[in-house]
Design a protein around this ligand. Structure first.
Ligand SMILES: Cc1cc2nc3c(=O)[nH]c(=O)nc-3n(C[C@H](O)[C@H](O)[C@H](O)COP(=O)(O)O)c2cc1C
Length: 364
């Protein structure tokens, strides 16, 4: 019996690990390589209909830290460990008509693996709502198993795209209406962690027909400046913008977001993302309620894997399977969400004395 097999949003995954929407899933070549390596599914690099041109410099940097001099930097130093990725890459610059035959071939080659098409359009007109439908229909027609709506890219220029729309409940509703009325596959909604109204956004998405929330996209952040050169570690003509932090550095924050959603909607599906680079991180997402795990930075960083995490997926599968065997669980469903009841309000945690009343002044 395959203990790693899982059903998520009605789709059969041979294992719960999938590559997130990002460079590891930007081309047919990489996606086929990823499936050969054993990933249970992929979310394509986000596909859109609007023009895309990336900045004239590196799109992603990897930041490292060390025990001896524990500063974070992309500078090459000995004895360092990975801290995070930082990127300001836009969505796919490959047009839809080139994506479609590739997606069809991928699905024909690996019919048992799940292909989720990440899509993005604007939100400022009926035409843009049609673009969401158009993208979804096109991807489903070539065999994609689900659609992920990108409402979370933290560095879109257009104010009606990506994370810029994630606080707007009317827009979330309209986009879901446009997509759910166009296709009948599961719709995942990828939200930004950079909002104080995440639970409200998730509620609207679920109520409007989302099968799952994908959390988290990268956290809006700035790259560091080198005090010697006075240059940002990534810049073009001396300029930077807010970009996205990913990798191990965002793990704890991503877990908290997943926990918030999972506690508010315990019966709903969540795909967990943010800092997964081995079993222990994946385990933490599962116990907080994720039924599916997405990986980006750790796969991109694996040397010799072409940026698709060949050793990583083997290790993830081996270590999760080993854990389920040793603990005699039949699948991740038995541990999914078990931490939910143990994440409580601060006031519910026992104090050393009984006298503390939560910080309120008692009127005399
Ligand atoms: C270079 C780069 C490009 C990305 N592009 C996309 C994208 O096109 N669409 C999207 O939804 N997320 C995109 N992401 C975000 C990832 O899918 C993922 O949510 C994030 O990196 C957190 O996961 P991690 O900690 O495993 O890297 C990108 C991330 C990186 C590093």
């Amino acid at each position: 019996m395959n203990k790693l097999a899982t059903t998520f949003t009605g789709l059969q995954f041979e294992n719960p690990f999938i590559l997130a929407s990002a460079p590891p899933t930007e081309s047919k070549r990489k996606i086929l390589k990823a499936f050969e390596a054993g990933w249970g599914g992929i979310v394509t690099k986000t596909i859109g209909l609007h023009p895309v041109e990336n900045v004239a410099g590196p799109k992603t940097i990897y930041q490292r830290t060390s025990e001896t001099k524990p500063y974070v930097s992309r500078l090459k130093r000995t004895d360092t460990v990975s801290h995070s990725s930082w990127n300001w890459e836009l969505i796919s610059d490959q047009p839809l008509d080139l994506w479609l035959p590739d997606l069809e071939e991928i699905k024909t080659t690996y019919p048992d693996r799940m292909v989720i098409a990440s899509i993005m359009a604007g939100a400022d007109s009926d035409k843009e709502m049609d673009n969401w439908s158009k993208l979804a229909i096109a991807c489903v027609n070539v065999g994609c198993d689900a659609i992920e709506l990108n409402m979370s890219c933290p560095h879109m220029d257009r104010k009606d795209m990506g994370a810029n729309i994630a606080n707007d409940e009317d827009i979330i509703r309209s986009v879901l209406k446009a997509v759910t009325s166009a296709v009948s596959v599961p719709i995942w909604v990828k939200l930004t962690p950079a909002t104080s109204s995440l639970v409200d956004a998730a509620r609207v998405a679920y109520e409007s027909g989302a099968s799952s929330i994908s959390l988290c996209n990268t956290f809006p952040s700035l790259p560091l400046m080198d005090p010697e050169t006075m240059k940002f570690e990534v810049e073009v003509d001396g300029l930077v913008t807010s970009g996205g932090l990913g990798g191990l550095a965002i793990l704890h924050q991503a877990l908290q977001r997943v926990s918030d959603i999972s506690k508010a909607f315990p019966d709903k599906a969540i795909s967990g993302i943010g800092g997964i680079r081995g079993f222990r991180e994946a385990f933490n997402f599962i116990i907080h309620g994720a039924g599916n795990l997405q990986v980006c930075t750790a796969a991109m960083q694996e040397k010799g894997s072409g940026g698709v995490g060949i050793k990583l997926i083997q290790e993830l599968k081996h270590d999760l399977n080993d854990y389920l065997e040793r603990k005699e669980y039949s699948s991740i469903d038995e541990i999914r969400g078990i931490a939910r009841q143990r994440v409580v309000e601060h006031s519910q945690v026992r104090r050393k004395s009984d006298a503390y009343n939560g910080g309120y002044v008692i009127a005399s």
